[in-house]
Design a protein around this ligand. Structure first.
Ligand SMILES: Cc1cc2nc3c(=O)[nH]c(=O)nc-3n(C[C@H](O)[C@H](O)[C@H](O)COP(=O)(O)OP(=O)(O)OC[C@H]3O[C@@H](n4cnc5c(N)ncnc54)[C@H](O)[C@@H]3O)c2cc1C
Length: 484
């Protein structure tokens, strides 16, 4: 029965569907490599069929057919996530939504744009810039990440400090619910559009998004050098408390700068210390005020040096290239922590003492995304071609998350691999509410099963935590392990 249904979909969608094991294999991974030894005994990550619908009615038809036959469906857009968010774990259909692309309608008077969900942020920004407009915010993966994909993740990135989360900028979305019903949702409907923010493809497929835009204005970029991380938080807070809110406020710790330097990406005039980047956009008056703010904050603090403007501009131009750090690899492993800003100094101090204990160099960088929270990425080199040392290295990801947790933080994004931390990410009432929504919209549990709501049996927090701690103990004992 299942085979016949899949065969029918394949026939109908012709060159837009494939069950070739080679092509399906390409959909069994994302940007975060995990050894088959860990994945294959537990999960079926190779889809039986990949299909590429080109409009909402086709999405609806495929979902209706799959739902009626009990076949799981996993939506996949730019696949720029790392927690197996868009990788199936029960086979079935992967719905590659990348043909749902392009601008639907620009409302210059209302300052909103309606786009198909797989339009990338760079495409949208390019289109808006040509009209004298701009996105209010976008992820630092904008060249690959899609509008729908970011909404279905948490939706914080560049511009969020000034303009709020992506959710707060959305007017309406068109979605196809798991059983194939096409709906337009707003904050007033039942369900409300906010159910889809962070839903990670588990509640249906987003096909269109109507979002606020802003006027394209000039920008100014500044880069400060600090002797070490102890002063970072104070300076950061001075910028956050000033009268002009930065568009983007980001740091790189001394280990990150040193690693970049080794790769030939060092910043001119920097041979030690950490950096704080401040990017402003706005009217001439706002930028004037911003310049005065930078001057005031730097002149009253002798531990802070302002780098040349060109350095700050180059850094802004390279804002989508954080992964160049990977060139020192073969690969990198790491954890992204949603951390209270006020805990940054304590977090970095603890992470920096942790590195030598486990024989790894830990590099941290991050963006302030709300007045209270910063997303911090802490990474280290690992060699995915050396399976056993790499598996042992994976335990350090948990150790980094543990440091984050001790400082009031939690993982940013859930997917599969962060399900053991669900009770750190959500309070129990919130998690119960999310599970209720899932049950209401997808009682058969067929949309992107295994993600977000519960850890799989072998990843229950207690067993997972114990296993990871034992492996981290091994990493401590065996010295360098697989890391470099
Ligand atoms: C260098 C780099 C920088 C990054 N910077 C940021 C950042 O600043 N902020 C941030 O939040 N993340 C960031 N990320 C993570 C990731 O790129 C973003 O979350 C991105 O928005 C995901 O979009 P995507 O199109 O790649 O989605 P995918 O990875 O394809 O999918 C993500 C999830 O959404 C679901 N999904 C995708 N499209 C749809 C749809 N149309 N309908 C329903 N479900 C769907 C999938 O099933 C999956 O669960 C970064 C990643 C990298 C590699």
């Amino acid at each position: 029965m299942r085979t016949e249904i899949l065969e029918k979909i394949k026939e109908k969608y012709g060159s837009r569907a494939t069950d070739s094991s080679f092509e399906c294999g390409l959909y069994s991974r994302d940007l975060g490599p995990v050894p088959g030894l860990l994945v294959n005994p537990l999960f079926n990550t190779t889809p039986d069929l990949v299909v590429r619908p080109s409009h909402a009615e086709e999405v609806a038809e495929i979902l209706r057919t799959a739902y009626g036959s009990g076949i799981p469906v996993t939506p996949r857009a730019g696949a720029s996530t790392v927690y197996f968010d868009s990788v199936p774990i029960k086979g079935g259909i992967v719905m590659d939504v990348n043909l749902l692309r392009g601008i639907v309608e620009l409302d210059e008077e209302g300052m909103t744009v309606k786009v198909r969900s797989a339009t990338t942020w760079s495409e949208l920004e390019g289109y808006l810039n040509r009209k004298g407009l701009a996105c209010k915010s976008y992820p630092s993966s904008a060249p690959a990440a899609t509008v729908g994909g970011w909404l279905c993740m948490m939706g914080y990135g560049l511009g969020s400090l000034k303009y709020g989360s992506m959710l707060s900028q959305i007017k309406s979305i068109e979605v196809v619910l798991p059983a194939g019903e096409i709906r337009t949702l707003t904050s007033e409907t039942e369900p409300s559009l906010d159910w889809f923010a962070g839903s990670e493809g588990t509640l249906g497929v987003v096909t269109e998004v109507e979002i606020e835009v802003r006027r394209l204005t000039a920008m100014e970029h500044f880069m400060l050098l600090l002797a070490d991380e102890s002063e970072l938080l104070n300076v950061m807070q001075a910028f956050m408390n000033a009268s002009v809110t930065p568009y983007n406020l980001h740091f790189a710790d001394q280990h990150c700068l040193r690693a970049m330097d080794k790769l030939g990406f060092g910043l001119e005039g920097v041979d030690s210390g950490c950096t704080l980047g401040i990017d402003y956009e706005g009217t001439k008056e706002e930028l004037e005020q911003a310049r005065k703010t930078v001057e005031a904050i730097t002149s009253e603090n002798e531990k802070v040096t302002r780098l040349e403007d060109e350095v700050a501009e180059l850094e802004w131009d390279g804002r989508f290239k954080a992964l160049k750090l990977k060139r020192g690899g073969p690969g990198v492993l790491g954890a992204e922590v949603w951390l209270p800003v006020k805990e940054l100094a304590g977090y970095l101090a603890e992470v920096q003492t942790m590195g030598p204990k486990y024989h790894v160099d830990l590099f941290s960088y991050g963006h302030v995304v709300t007045p209270e929270y910063i997303t911090v990425m802490t990474t280290f080199y690992a060699d995915e071609t050396r399976t056993i040392p790499y598996i042992i290295n994976l335990s350090l990801v948990k150790k980094i998350q543990d440091v984050g947790y001790r400082h009031g933080g939690c993982p940013y994004g859930v997917g599969l691999w962060n399900t053991p931390y669900l009770n750190r990410i959500y309070e129990s009432a919130r998690l119960a509410e999310l599970r209720k929504r899932k049950q209401q919209l997808d009682p058969k549990g067929l949309m992107n099963p295994g993600k977000v709501y519960r850890p799989p049996f072998l990843m229950q927090p207690l067993t997972y935590g114990l296993g990871m701690d034992v492996m981290a103990g091994v990493q401590k004992l065996v010295g360098r392990g697989g890391s470099r």
